[in-house]
Design a protein around this ligand. Structure first.
Ligand SMILES: [Zn+2]
Length: 487
């Protein structure tokens, strides 16, 4: 017997957590965070408490109550009984938080399957990220202590001493692998983060296609096409498809973004200030191409430098940190010594985390002084958290701001957007000018894909527009949260 149980992503965009069971083998497809549920109870300064282990997450419904999947250090600290391992693997579709953020909470002995790009992003998040809930590839055991060597008391085990690797299984696109009796083939798909993966799962009771998030209008569109072709060759019994934009027509493509940004940057007399999702490498490539064609220098942040270095280890065509059109911005941190000649370099370096220091002495590092004196030369990547750097850069009249992210979809994002506008007004920056392409396929594209694949049953998830599927198809299965579907 096989079954699917949806613990997230039902009538909501994101939060995918799908348990697939086949003859005693249990595999989780994604283990992400529901943004809507998280926003219902938590905000920037009201967060689930780590010291409460799983209880805060489970109480509000962010994590499902399933035995045998959660980390043993948390169970022990909370005084919950020990559990036998109850999950054989987790397959991750891509490195967006709504698909992967809760890996943190999983047991160390559950193997994590993901594409090399996804793992590169996880490594980057672990090294450069700030929040407390990481542990994607490396597991940091919490709440352990030991007696001091001299017998004078106890000490908490923290830092490297608490770290050990998880069981990580990088997947090769198009190459079948096996978990017990279940055969799985991963396929690359185009999305707004590199290495996004769809999985075709051959189970005893039929073949399942889990699409993850996908689109056809980025630079990897042929990957999505190939995945659809592969799915057509198998008889797909069940398609679990995303439907984020099922209610929308086709929109901008990544190439449209490139053309519009090019024109825009050419028209800008002074500084071009830009914002785009930090790990959207397709968008990064778009701005990079614009920089090459307009003779500008694209200034990224240090976290992006780290990610590009991780991706370049994969030997594919990702831009490298040595690229002549790429520069990296050292923001003011701690004592704010960057850009000051009256302090020795050792002290300046001490303002930064260890991983950042190797970049600071390279020739392509810029600080606010460099940008301030030569504003027409640069396209300055300025996310929400870098806005205060504009105080030092002092954008001159004629500078413009390009907003290359999705429109705000909740109150908190709207409030942030108001703040961005206040900053732009403060400096007389022209903008925001919205130039963006979505990470998701449109309704017509999703339906066309389904029509090609001809699955026996359709399970739409990651959507608030299930009615659009209802209008098109009679062979729908309506998933219900935590209710097992026998297949
Ligand atoms: Zn996504």
């Amino acid at each position: 017997m096989s079954s699917l149980t949806f613990f997230g992503g039902v009538n909501e965009i994101g939060g995918n957590k799908i348990l697939f069971e086949d003859k005693g083998t249990k595999i989780m497809l994604d283990f992400g965070m529901s943004f809507s549920l998280s926003g219902k109870y938590f905000s920037e300064f009201l967060q689930p408490r780590k010291c409460n282990c799983l209880e805060d997450f489970i109480t509000v419904g962010l994590l499902p109550k399933i035995k045998g999947i959660y980390r043993e250090d948390y169970l022990k600290h909370a005084g919950w009984p020990k559990e036998e391992k109850g999950l054989d693997a987790v397959l991750i579709s891509h490195a967006h938080a709504d698909h992967s953020a809760f890996i943190h909470h999983l047991r160390k002995d559950i193997p994590i399957y993901a594409s090399p790009e996804t793992l590169a992003i996880f490594n980057t998040l672990e090294t450069t990220g700030s929040g407390g809930f990481k542990d994607f590839c490396n597991f940091t055991c919490s709440f352990e202590y030991k007696s001091k060597k001299d017998g004078s008391g106890y000490t908490k085990i923290i830092g490297d001493a608490a770290k050990s690797p998880r069981i990580i299984k990088p997947v090769d696109f198009n190459k079948k692998f096996r978990i017990d009796s279940v055969e799985i083939t991963p396929y690359e798909v185009d999305h707004s983060v590199p290495g996004s993966t769809a999985y075709i799962i051959h189970a005893s009771q039929g073949t399942i296609l889990y699409t993850g998030d996908y689109r056809f209008h980025g630079y990897r569109s042929e990957a999505t096409e190939k995945m659809i072709d592969a799915a057509c060759e198998y008889e797909i019994d069940y398609i679990i498809t995303e439907g984020t934009r099922a209610n929308e027509e086709k929109g901008n493509t990544e190439s449209d973004v490139f053309s519009r940004v090019s024109e825009f940057v050419e028209d800008t007399k002074k500084l071009s200030v830009i914002n785009f999702p930090s790990r959207d490498i397709a968008r990064l490539k778009t701005f990079h191409k614009v920089a090459q064609e307009t003779g500008k220098k694209l200034v990224l942040d240090l976290k992006q430098a780290y990610l590009l270095d991780q991706l370049s280890l994969l030997g594919k065509d990702y831009p490298t940190t040595d690229d002549p059109n790429l520069y990296f911005f050292a923001e003011k941190k701690n004592w704010g010594l960057i850009g000051r000649d009256d302090y020795p370099i050792e002290l300046i370096l001490q303002d930064y985390d260890k991983w950042e220091r190797k970049y600071l002495q390279k020739g392509n590092i810029l600080n606010f002084r460099d940008i301030k004196i030569s504003q027409n030369d640069y396209m300055f990547y300025c996310n929400y958290f870098l806005l205060n750097e504009l105080i030092d850069i002092k954008p001159e009249k004629g500078s413009k701001y390009i907003r290359s992210v999705c429109e705000p979809f909740d109150e908190e994002m709207e409030l942030d957007e108001k703040r961005v506008k206040n900053w732009l007004n403060l400096f007389g920056l022209d903008g925001p000018h919205q130039i963006h392409a979505s990470g998701h396929a449109s309704g017509p594209e999703i339906f066309e894909s389904i029509d090609k694949i001809k699955p026996k049953k359709i399970i739409p998830i990651h959507t608030e527009s299930i009615q659009c599927f209802e209008k098109q198809y009679s062979n729908l299965i309506h998933a219900e949260t935590a209710k097992k579907i026998i297949i």
